[in-house]
Design a protein around this ligand. Structure first.
Ligand code: NDP
Length: 513
């Protein structure tokens, strides 16, 4: 029997109006928002601008200049020049500037919330949580940076008359290529470890959500970062992003996005030796054991599945449930999905808003239809949703039942979408959960946490969870296995800081007599 758990609620919007400061920033005295290179506003030699819009109303928020090959080259030159002194600053000095930037972000909290809510289409409850990550991330990496061992390591005698030691230093110029779904969080995850390690950064926001990166660039100037240390390059992936990947002066790229794009950039970078880290999509699994309360767990999983309307890389889309409780679980999951309040993301009470753009809008509808064509049985078929007085990319949640051996959910579907598959044993559930090429996050739900830990350890995922999902904590690596990540061991841990450094071996022989 399922128990109702009313305290487990979907992420929900409060009413949110655009603050004056956000409107002024977007208006920019009638000029498009420029890239920020070497401390200057740069309009771009291609003379190309594009509009960034609110996905829930299709209102144009701002016009943005696209950076081309010349601007990427200029940004690398400026960053290299700035690195000559920035690379030599003390950790204390870098921490001071980073924390000054955090204070300015907090002063303008409402502007960042507006960026997430209107540019990114997020509900306030989630946007507010995301905003707290600016300080949390900066403080964590300041601590790591203060303890990090940079420069010369201990010397060792490697041969008669010869010693050797390691020498660790920042790369110099590093780039972050960021997706649209969590801009404030992912900008922070890139800029703070990269800057604190002593690098100069090129930040390339997603075409759909450039506003928070551009605003952060302005605040970085106000905080006192020297020109060229913090550059922001808005534009399309296949233009601006591609030129960044092709530039050999960029020594390291931190990419977050889809596996296909990450694989392509990796090939480009490899041709000229730029190192790269990739955090990519997922198709998360949850296993629900027979001792779990189907009603409670269905609501909790539903909250995660619907986090940012399913546009969350690590969330749950494939659910494997003990067959004894599968019917109760499916009923409870349907109730949760069906009762989500679909609406405009800045209106009070909204729980499921519009998806980010027209491409996603079509892709999700296609995926819902393909699930049926591949043998999934619709509990809720999805499809287009109408929201009174709004034009936007609104879709209904989708829920399907399936059975072992029916491969109806092979790809990441970036929406409130899940398949429920009854299983006859834990072993079968683990095999099915691990059958995906993705490997970002998976969870197991049970009252027997010891049993849960044994199962969680068997997941082929970067994040293995018991009675929780979408879990991220500073100090533990957040990364993917399979096509979801690599190389390297994830973000948000000590190793992440060292990713933004290179280590050399230095040999010193006695002068030959
Ligand atoms: P994309 O892979 O389409 O884009 C990611 C970034 O790469 C964007 O800035 C994009 O620019 C840029 N880009 C696109 N093509 C190129 C290219 N040829 N060269 C260089 N840069 C390029 O991902 P989405 O923005 O659609 O984001 C959603 C994806 O991100 C999902 O798969 C999601 O799971 C994943 N993700 C993974 C996370 C993780 O930590 N593992 C966290 C968050 C999201 P543009 O926007 O202009 O196309």
């Amino acid at each position: 029997m399922a128990t109702v758990a009313p305290q487990i609620q979907p992420f929900t919007a409060r009413q949110f109006e655009k603050p004056e400061k956000f409107l002024d920033f977007c208006e920019n005295n009638g000029r498009p928002l420029a890239g920020i290179i070497g401390g200057r506003d740069v309009m771009g030699s291609m003379n190309v601008t594009y509009d960034t819009t609110d996905p829930g109303s299709l209102e144009v928020l701002a016009s943005v200049c696209e950076m081309g090959q010349a601007e990427v080259g200029l940004a690398v030159d400026e960053a290299q020049a700035a690195f000559a002194s920035w690379g030599k600053t003390s950790v204390e000095e870098r921490c001071k500037l980073v924390m000054k930037l955090v204070e300015l972000c907090e002063r303008d909290r409402d502007v960042f919330l507006a960026c997430e809510i209107f540019d990114g289409g997020k509900v306030s409850e989630l946007a507010e949580g995301d905003f707290t990550q600016i300080r949390a991330c900066a403080e964590y990496f300041c601590d790591v940076a203060k303890k990090a061992e940079m420069g010369e390591g201990p010397a060792m005698q490697v041969a008669a008359g010869m010693k050797g030691f390691t020498y660790r230093e920042p790369w110099g110029v590093v780039a972050g290529i960021i997706p649209w779904n969590y801009p404030v969080v992912l900008n922070s995850w890139f800029i703070f470890p990269a800057l604190l390690a002593g690098n100069c950064v090129l930040l390339k926001p997603a075409e759909d959500t450039p506003l928070s990166a551009l605003y952060t660039g302005k605040l970085a100037e106000e905080a006192g970062f020297p020109p060229g240390v913090f550059n922001v390059l808005p534009g399309r992936g296949e233009i601006t992003g591609q030129f960044i990947a092709e530039h050999p002066g960029v020594r390291y790229i931190s990419f977050t996005g889809s596996p296909g794009v990450g694989q392509a950039i990796m090939r480009t970078c490899d041709a000229h030796g730029t190192r790269m880290k990739r955090e990519m999509g997922g198709n998360g699994a949850a296993i629900v054991l027979g001792d779990a309360d189907p009603g409670v767990v269905a609501r909790q999983i539903g909250r995660y599945t619907n986090q940012h309307f399913g546009q969350t890389c690590c969330t749950v889309h494939r659910i494997f449930v003990d067959q004894k409780i599968a019917d109760d679980f499916a009923d409870a999951q349907r109730d949760f999905f069906e009762n989500l309040q679909i609406g405009y993301q800045a209106d009070a009470g909204t729980q499921l808003g519009a998806v980010v753009n027209s491409t996603q809008y079509s892709r999700i509808q296609r995926a819902q239809q393909e699930t049926l064509a591949r043998g999934g049985q619709a509990v809720l078929p999805g499809g287009v949703a109408e929201v009174a007085d709004r034009t936007g990319y609104y879709l209904k949640p989708a829920l399907f039942r399936t059975e072992p051996g029916v491969d109806c959910n092979p790809l990441e579907v970036f929406h409130t979408y899940a398949t429920i598959c009854p299983v006859s044993s834990e072993e079968q559930a683990v095999v099915l959960a691990n059958s995906s090429p993705y490997g970002l996050g998976a969870s197991v739900w049970t009252r027997d946490t010891e049993r849960g830990v044994q199962i969680a350890k068997q997941f082929r995922d970067g994040t293995c969870q018991v009675n929780c999902h979408n879990s991220i904590a500073y100090g533990l690596p957040y990364g993917g296995q399979g096509i979801s990540g690599g190389p390297g061991g994830g973000v948000n841990c000590e190793e992440t800081f060292y990713d933004y450094t290179q280590v050399k071996a230095v040999y010193v022989g006695d002068y030959p007599e």
